[in-house]
Design a protein around this ligand. Structure first.
Ligand code: PMP
Length: 367
């Protein structure tokens, strides 16, 4: 294939992650990739120990703090090993070997977090919807916490099943730990309710390569001693994520995304856009006379990942093939749910949701 034959047009990217990024961010990265203004080299080539990179890291942290309203007694870290590494780090740092922690089990990612925690201590499942293939979020009343739990862990948005907590669980005096990988920055949150928030950067925050971890100083103080250095939150915090070489480019990109979101008006604006975008696709499902069936129950629907089935697997295959020809990418669902999944993170445009709704309508009529 000749490179000149390759399209450089952007298409509607419904990927669950790594996922679509804001166009102004991509354009600025493209400009800066040859030389950062006034620096004479790109962020790919800078020492992480120099003033320029330190400035990029600090500005990224400041802008995230401004966006999310992160109080000053929290550290903002950029760690490696993906959100999956956090499943282990959280348990190793905060779950005593003879102790227990409470986990709310709402899907594949919660299960993986539970699996790693069980290697360290005892896990009590505080609530689950596994019996109905994770089609809903348990209500606050269904959750039961154990008195001695070191912390309560939950997944705020279930990327695979397409469900999302519409509330922050009340956990009394327990520490609350949350995997926000797929809905962080989608709307405002009260960070002070959480002892630890973590999120892989590759959905709403930027490209793959880092995990953002927002951790309260009081909780950090309680971390175990004597851990392997790279798995020790205290080491990562006291070195401001610079104990070893950090994912410099990803952090720089998260900084551009944070700045972009501030310029757009912040997270209240994003929440309203996300609500509108998701409603367009859910309306297409709900008005299809049962042709499209949402996996998530209406009260548990995710604004980020919209999962739905068609009347047969054959139609689902045809839908994927035809949608790809029509310029939609990444709609095939995860094998645990089957069917289709439209991921519409912050950077995904409303016009793309409208185009998909129209395509869905046309496909149904032609089926
Ligand atoms: N948690 C959630 C909610 C996710 O969606 C994902 C990845 N899609 C992960 C954890 C794992 O992230 P990583 O691939 O960065 O380890």
């Amino acid at each position: 294939m000749n490179v000149t034959d390759v399209t450089t047009e952007r298409i509607y990217n419904f990927s669950a992650g790594p996922a679509i990024l804001p166009e102004p961010v991509l354009r600025q990265a493209q400009r800066d990739l040859f030389s950062l203004p006034g620096v004479g080299m790109s962020v790919l080539e800078l020492s992480h120990r120099g003033k320029v990179f330190e400035g990029i890291l600090e500005k990224t942290q400041q802008d995230l703090a401004a966006l999310l309203g992160i109080p000053s007694n929290y550290k903002i870290l950029f760690l490696q090993g993906g959100a999956s590494m956090q499943f282990s780090m959280i348990a190793m740092n905060f779950l005593p070997r003879t102790g227990s922690a409470d986990y709310i089990n709402t899907g594949e990612w919660s299960k993986k977090a539970i699996k790693e925690a069980k290697r360290v201590g005892t896990v009590h499942v505080a609530g689950t919807s596994e019996e109905t293939n994770f089609d809903r979020i348990p209500s606050q009343q269904e959750l039961s916490f154990s008195s001695g739990a070191a912390y309560v862990h939950y997944t705020s948005n279930n990327t695979i099943f397409g469900t999302e907590f519409s509330y922050v669980p009340s956990v009394g005096r327990h520490h609350l730990v949350c995997d926000m990988s797929s809905d962080i920055l989608s709307g405002p949150i009260d960070v002070s309710r959480f002892s630890l928030i973590y999120a892989g950067t590759q959905k709403n925050m930027g490209p793959a390569g880092a995990t953002c971890c927002i951790i309260c100083d009081d909780f950090l103080e309680t971390a175990a001693e004597g851990l392997h250095t790279m798995l020790d939150y205290k080491v990562m915090a006291s070195n401001n994520s610079l104990y070893n070489t950090p994912p410099c480019f990803t952090i720089y990109m998260v900084g551009l995304v944070a700045k972009y979101l501030l310029d757009e008006g912040g997270l209240t604006v994003m929440a309203e856009r996300n609500r509108k975008k998701a409603a367009v696709i859910y309306d297409a499902i709900d008005s299809s006379d049962g042709f499209y069936r949402g996996h998530a129950r209406p009260d548990s629907r995710s604004r980020m990942n919209i999962t739905f089935r068609l009347p047969s697997e054959e139609l689902e295959k045809r839908f994927v093939a035809e949608s790809e020809s029509a310029g939609f990418s990444g709609l095939k669902g995860h094998r645990s749910v089957g069917g289709l999944r439209a991921s519409v993170y912050n950077a995904f445009p409303l016009a793309g949701c409208e185009a998909l709704a129209q395509f869905m309508d046309g496909f149904r009529r032609g089926a």
